[in-house]
Design a protein around this ligand. Structure first.
Ligand code: HEC
Length: 457
């Protein structure tokens, strides 16, 4: 590959452009300043050096333009900017020769004509130089470090991000990957401009690929040219994008994940198993939280009437709303003198209570039937009560119960099969009960999703 590059005429000649281009600019500017100086000094005849300077500028400029033309042919530059830069450069060369002719017998032409040509060429060089800078360094280069207000004015405010608040419905390719390609690749790989034969406008055309074959191989980054190109050392001539900002670390990670894991172009985050390794990137770059939500955050329910809440409070319960968007309730009985009637009075809030504490009360096994069908109950605290295996049996139908605290109760080994059967249960506290430590431990080990806490080891 290197020998081939060494004889690559286009690149070889092209790279002289930046070196050659500055000298003629210097010649022109020097000539213009000399002319102005002499006119201020009221010199009767302009120095012949002035026209000579314009001639040198024309000749030097012609060389620079020649090399520049070939540099443009490498295809490493944005087509849109390139067109203007090329033809403006050629115009400047032509005007330089006009200038030479004009200044040779300067007194034959009106001063105003001289000044028009002078200012025209200064204006053109300024714009041309700026375009050239954009071509090599990208649009943002000049104003990147300008004060924020100037930067926003010159570069436009950053476009708003698509609403990605619902992680599950985000389409991986369209919402995450394509915007990266749009910003950094499409300028040279689209339906009209297909550098290297590659059109990246659609998945299909990427799979057809360019001169070197498919741009990527699904599920195989190491055989994906596209991925190789964006991860090469930046100095490598094959590095993509050849101009403008390279992909950031997070962007590379997203592209890698998409090639490796996301088979279908329509795949939504909710349809696939999101690899652990990409989760931090999704969260950092897009604010997408892909960790499963606790059950109580997924419950969709209208808030409980405030009259009902007051009624619960009058029955001796402390009531807190979980808060935020979540109307579920955290309910607690403080004090010892609980009655079965009080427990039954929770019925109107049956669907709203997600955390319930009856800890340290005189609650009895039989009473628990009052809460046995609370569909959204996820945490129940019964520690330091007289509850026995029979009470646990009563609770066995609580589908979404995740945490059950039985610390310091009367339960025995015979409640373990019941606990094991409770589907939603993730954590149960059995410290200081009649459950044997050995049995508790073996349940903890056998049941992966269930943590049994005994307070011993
Ligand atoms: C400024 C123009 C430009 C931009 C922007 C650009 N490329 Fe390229 N790309 C080229 C040129 C020119 C070639 C052909 C020369 C080569 O293979 O290096 C090419 C070739 C490729 C090829 C090889 C095609 C083949 O089959 O030979 C891949 C893959 C590629 N580009 C990917 C990308 C990706 C991905 C991006 C965005 C991160 C990107 N390019 C941005 C100009 C560009």
């Amino acid at each position: 590959m290197n020998t081939l590059l060494a004889f690559d005429f286009t690149n070889f000649v092209g790279r002289f452009h930046p070196i050659l281009v500055h000298l003629p600019i210097g010649f022109i500017l020097m000539s213009i300043f000399m002319e102005w100086y002499q006119r201020i000094q009221k010199t009767t005849k302009l120095s012949s050096l002035i026209s000579y300077g314009w001639l040198l500028a024309g000749i030097g400029g012609a060389f620079a333009a020649f090399c520049g033309w070939w540099l443009g042919e490498t295809g490493l530059y944005f087509e849109d900017d390139l067109f203007l830069h090329r033809w403006m450069g050629i115009a400047i060369v032509l005007i330089s020769f006009v200038g030479w002719w004009l200044k040779k017998n300067a007194e034959n032409h009106a001063n105003s004509l001289h000044q028009i040509v002078n200012f025209l060429v200064i204006g053109l060089i300024t714009v041309e130089g700026h375009l050239g800078g954009n071509l090599t360094h990208g649009e943002a280069y000049l104003f990147e470090y300008a004060p924020e207000s100037i930067r926003d004015m010159m570069l436009g405010e950053k476009e708003a991000m698509t609403d990605l608040s619902k992680a599950d419905s985000v389409v991986v390719y369209n919402d995450l990957v394509k915007p990266i390609f749009e910003q950094k690749c499409f300028a040279c790989h689209n339906n009209e401009v297909t550098r290297g034969g590659l059109n990246m406008a659609a998945i299909d055309s990427m799979l057809v690929g360019g001169d070197g074959g498919p741009a990527y191989t699904p599920s195989n980054v190491s055989e994906s040219e596209l991925f190789r190109r964006i991860t090469l050392p930046q100095k490598n001539i094959k590095f993509m994008p050849p101009v403008g900002d390279p992909l950031t670390y997070d962007e590379i990670k997203i592209v890698e994940w998409w090639i490796e894991q996301v088979a279908s172009p329509d795949s939504k985050i909710g349809d696939i198993e999101v690899a652990e390794s990409i989760k931090p990137t999704l969260l950092r770059k897009y604010g997408l939280d892909t960790n499963p939500k606790p059950y109580y955050e997924t419950v969709n329910i209208a808030p409980l009437d405030s009259v009902q809440i007051t009624a619960l409070e009058q029955n001796g319960f402390t009531v807190n709303v979980l808060g935020g968007e979540n109307p579920l309730l955290d309910v607690k009985f403080s004090g010892k003198a609980l009655t079965e009637e009080q427990l039954k009075s929770l019925a109107p809030a049956a669907a709203h209570i997600t955390w319930l504490s009856l800890a340290r009360t005189n609650v009895k096994d039989e009473w628990l039937s009052a809460i046995a069908s609370f569909e959204n109950l996820t945490r129940l605290q019964l520690e330091k009560t007289a509850i026995t295996d029979q009470g646990v049996e009563t609770l066995s139908g609580l589908k979404h119960l995740e945490v059950l605290n039985l610390y310091g109760t009367q339960v025995t080994d015979s409640c373990l099969p019941t606990l094991q059967k409770m589907e939603g249960l993730k954590r149960v506290y059995l410290w200081k009960t009649k459950v044997s430590t050995a049995n508790a431990k073996s349940l903890d080990e056998n049941e992966k999703k269930l943590a049994v806490i005994t307070g011993q080891g």
